[in-house]
Design a protein around this ligand. Structure first.
Ligand code: GAR
Length: 192
């Protein structure tokens, strides 16, 4: 069995799509949800689907490397960042090099980097007068939003679209593509 850990900080709609996609799969499963926010919706989703959770706090995550041992205990093979807002510490990148993927709600390399997350991204894209946006799924390295791009998909921005409307379009793309891209990645990568 290939075990996925999903890291999420928010509502967890992508996490839920991934959980549902792999439910009943005899080769891949979501084995752990890692979250940094006790009130995050993703924790309710984990409970509903009976998936173990690990709540992280800053000190343990960034200085003591406690996360790596918990991931190893759960025999995690891949880490999926689905709306996770903290930077991944170098120790974790090293422990899972090539096995961590992130989804970003815009067409990287534009509109990425520190502080560019969620609605802030959509506001910046609309403000810049872009006529299209989309999603980027990429490997995670030591730098925010800079790892090798695995997949992108685009959506048009119509005149009058608000950041909220764009967020809906982008979420629809994420929900459609992210689980499938993860499945392809897992199938193409050696386990361990
Ligand atoms: C998603 O749109 C994801 O792309 C974005 O957060 C949202 C989480 O939604 N991630 C980032 O902005 C990372 N920089 P969800 O909790 O409903 O899955």
């Amino acid at each position: 069995m290939t075990n996925l850990a999903i890291f999420a900080s928010g509502a967890g709609s992508n996490a839920e799509k991934i959980i549902e996609y792999f439910k009943g799969n005899d080769r891949v499963q979501v084995a752990l949800i890692v979250c940094n926010k006790p009130t995050a919706g993703v924790l309710k989703i984990a409970e509903k689907h009976e998936i173990s959770t690990f709540l992280i706090e800053k000190e343990g995550f960034f200085s003591q490397n406690s996360c790596v041992s918990v991931l190893k205990e759960h025999q995690i093979d891949f880490i999926i960042l689905a709306g996770f807002l903290w930077k991944v510490p170098d120790a974790l990148v090293n422990a899972y090099r090539g096995k961590i993927v992130n989804i970003h709600p815009a067409l990287l390399p534009k509109y990425g980097g520190k502080g560019m997350y969620g609605m802030r991204v959509h506001e910046a894209v609309i403000q810049a007068g872009e006529t299209e946006s989309g999603i980027t799924i990429h490997h995670v390295d030591e730098h925010y939003d800079e790892g090798a791009i695995i997949f992108q998909a685009k959506c048009p921005i119509e005149p009058g679209d608000t950041p909220e409307i764009l967020a809906q379009k982008v979420h629809a793309l994420e929900h459609l593509h992210f689980p499938k891209v993860i499945a392809e990645l897992v199938a193409s990568e050696p386990k361990g």
